[in-house]
Write a protein that binds this ligand. Structure first.
Ligand code: WT7
Length: 635
């Protein structure tokens, strides 16, 4: 991809203009550069946002693992592909070379085949951040199975919903996981989830914490002995460009999680291209993204994007504060990290601690600092820039989504001048625009509106698993012929974008995308609860925290409110996971509603954020007395 390694701003504008003038040519040239295609495409792009249907590189055949692994063996066989840094710093880091990765992925792929997994089957992966997570993901891709990685912090209920939604035949998990000083009984969670899943025939169990666990006869098998007996050669399954590569669930504002479906060729080309340019990746760099592979950030920028470039990608099992708040910087020094990619919530948490934790370590290897997941506030931006980058490493504030598959708006380091809190300019090939509430495109600069994308890009999700109609309704009906992101944004005088946050009922807590509806649904399952409404309010570290307004049934009114609060959070933990717990729960006799019965969340949001000077337009409000009551009792 040497032609497309952008090094200065003029070059960016040149490449950008070209990508918009003739997208097909642009994406064709990139695909031609260095990938291994088993068959060339017949057509670069066909698209129709009204259906919606998007196809990239139609007619092409390939296997993504051949591009991420086999292709590098000749020149980079002994180079570290995955550098595993364990939870416990006294345990040695593991350097997995491309050659070793090849052997381990192939062994795993052969085990999948022996266990009856075939092209197109869904396999759920519920693992901590250990090498088996990356290896099993790649092994699925090797045999053409569709992986569905579920973040190992999700509860049994959340796991079973996801397994059932995509009818997974197999679950890959471990006996447990480490998280700082704690261990977590992952296998127990899987056992509980599987009580509600009849589709799963096999569970493969990796050993990590070596505890005694329950193994169900005829269903559960230890992974290692199967791997030991498997061949290290496995021919890659030849996939069509538009065959699904994976499903990854993301929260919607209503209903159950959406299984976003990503396909093979376009996803590979786009994640490879953006990885190289967004991080200015050079041979011998040591790149570290602190995300979990259970999120899209990990799929695209720990596994596929870096490996497609033959990079060294660090996988960290632990947490930022174990054994102390210096852990990230200790790792940066130890492995001489060159690109560091994390989330604003982590930056804010680290910024609260004593600077000694940073200053103890040599961070001079760093060249690029990344941020992702939510808007990065001014203070966090400057802390990151000054204390970690020493004002020498550009910060790339990368805006994108599970649905977009790859980075969409971001500075190109050393080319795009950065501006605190701005994601800046679209990547080549990306055509963002702002829309007003009447569906009109907002032209010009120094404006704000709803962020949409006007033209397809290779790594966009193609559908929601099993529900194409929902895909269309969620992303393509708000504005004609546009992909609607759900975010608001402003565009400054030079055309830089700043993402201002969600405009729908999705709340981003510590970088995790949470829908209000599923949380409200689980609260409402409490026997004493009649109705509830969740909003976000600003939080120093998490960005947003959750505030719940709960109406109790008569039976609940005599109960101890603190016990009720605990029980409500317990239910949320069981249904969704601890990340969705509420910081504040206010009991109330009613909720502000419109005449048509819709909860006026805007008002609840203002009250929870202590911003009640101007409640905005309340002309459609049916019950103003409730608003007063809520304001009087705000927590
Ligand atoms: C939502 C998508 C992309 C991987 C992580 C999140 C918010 C993401 C930024 C950013 C402001 C951001 C948006 C987006 N978001 N990155 N740099 N600045 N907001 O993936 O869970 O699908 O969430 O995260 O609101 O819509 P996700």
């Amino acid at each position: 991809m040497s032609n497309y390694h952008i090094k200065h701003l003029e070059e960016y504008y040149q490449v950008y203009r070209k990508s918009v003038r003739n997208p097909e040519n642009f994406w064709e040239e990139i695909a031609e550069e260095h990938f291994v295609w088993r068959k060339r495409w017949d057509k670069v792009l066909s698209w129709d946002f009204s259906k919606p249907e998007v196809k990239w590189y139609e007619g092409a055949q390939l296997n993504i693992t051949e591009n991420c692994i086999d292709r590098h063996l000749r020149t980079r066989g002994t180079k570290t592909a995955i550098l595993f840094e364990p939870n416990d710093p006294s345990e040695e880091a593991e350097h997995i070379s491309y050659q070793q990765l090849y052997a381990r992925v192939n062994q795993f792929a052969n085990v999948l085949k022996e266990q009856g997994i075939q092209k197109g089957d869904r396999v759920c992966i519920y693992l901590p951040m250990i090498p088996e997570l990356a290896i099993s993901t790649l092994a699925c891709a090797r045999v053409g199975a569709i992986h569905s990685v579920v973040f190992a912090g999700f509860s049994a209920t959340a796991l079973s919903t996801r397994i059932n939604d995509s009818d997974c035949k197999m679950v890959i998990t471990s006996d447990g996981s480490y998280r700082g000083p704690k261990t977590i009984d992952l296998k127990g969670i899987v056992d509980e989830a599987l009580e509600d899943c009849s589709c799963v025939a096999t569970v493969l169990v990796a050993k990590r914490i070596h505890t005694d666990i329950n193994m169900k006869d005829g269903r559960d098998q230890w992974l290692q002995p199967l791997l030991d007996n498997a061949s290290t050669e496995c021919e890659p399954e030849i996939m069509n460009a538009e065959d699904p590569l994976f499903i990854l669930y993301t929260s919607g504002s209503t209903g159950k999680p959406k299984g976003m479906v990503h396909t093979t060729a376009g996803y590979m080309v786009y994640t490879a291209f953006t990885f190289k340019n967004a991080f200015q990746y050079r041979e011998n760099d040591v790149y570290w993204c602190t995300a979990d592979i259970g999120w899209i950030t990990g799929h695209s920028y720990i596994v596929y994007g870096p490996l497609a470039n033959g990079a060294t990608s660090v996988m960290f099992e632990g947490v930022p504060n174990y054994p102390d708040w210096g852990r990230f910087w200790e790792i940066v020094e130890k492995h001489k990290i060159t690109q560091f990619y994390t989330a604003p919530t982590a930056i804010r948490a680290l910024a609260k601690e004593n600077l000694d934790f940073v200053e103890k370590y040599d961070l001079s290897s760093l060249k690029v600092l990344g941020s992702v997941g939510e808007p990065i506030n001014d203070e966090a931006w400057h802390w990151y820039d000054g204390n970690i980058g020493k004002k020498k490493s550009p910060i790339i504030d990368t805006w994108w989504q599970t649905e977009t598959g790859g980075i969409m708006i971001s500075p190109i380091p050393y080319a795009t001048p950065t501006k605190p809190t701005y994601a800046t300019l679209p990547f080549p090939g990306i055509q963002p625009t702002l829309m007003d509430e009447n569906g009109q495109e907002i032209k010009g600069n120094q404006v704000d509106g709803r962020l949409c994308i006007k033209f397809p890009w290779p790594s966009m999700a193609r559908t929601i698993w099993g529900n194409h109609e929902r895909y269309r309704d969620t992303y393509f009906t708000a504005y004609k012929n546009m992909y609607f992101t759900g975010d608001g944004a402003l565009r400054d005088e030079v055309g830089y974008y700043r993402i201002t946050g969600r405009v729908d009922d999705v709340i981003i807590v510590s970088g995790h995308n949470l829908g209000t509806a599923p949380i409200e649904d689980s609260i409402n399952e409490h026997q004493a609860v009649a109705e509830s409404a969740i909003v976000g309010f600003p939080h120093d570290i998490k960005g947003n925290a959750l505030y719940g307004y709960v109406i109790l049934k008569e039976t609940g009114e005599s109960r101890n409110p603190d016990n009720l609060r605990k029980e409500i959070n317990q239910i949320i933990t069981e249904h969704i996971g601890p990340i969705a717990k509420l910081d504040k729960i206010q009991f109330t006799s009613g909720l502000p509603k419109t005449r048509s019965g819709k909860i006026m969340r805007r008002i609840l949001r203002k009250i929870a954020s202590n911003d009640t000077n101007n409640l905005g337009d309340t002309s459609t409000l049916l019950n103003p007395e409730v608003v007063q009551e809520i304001m009087d009792n705000v927590l």
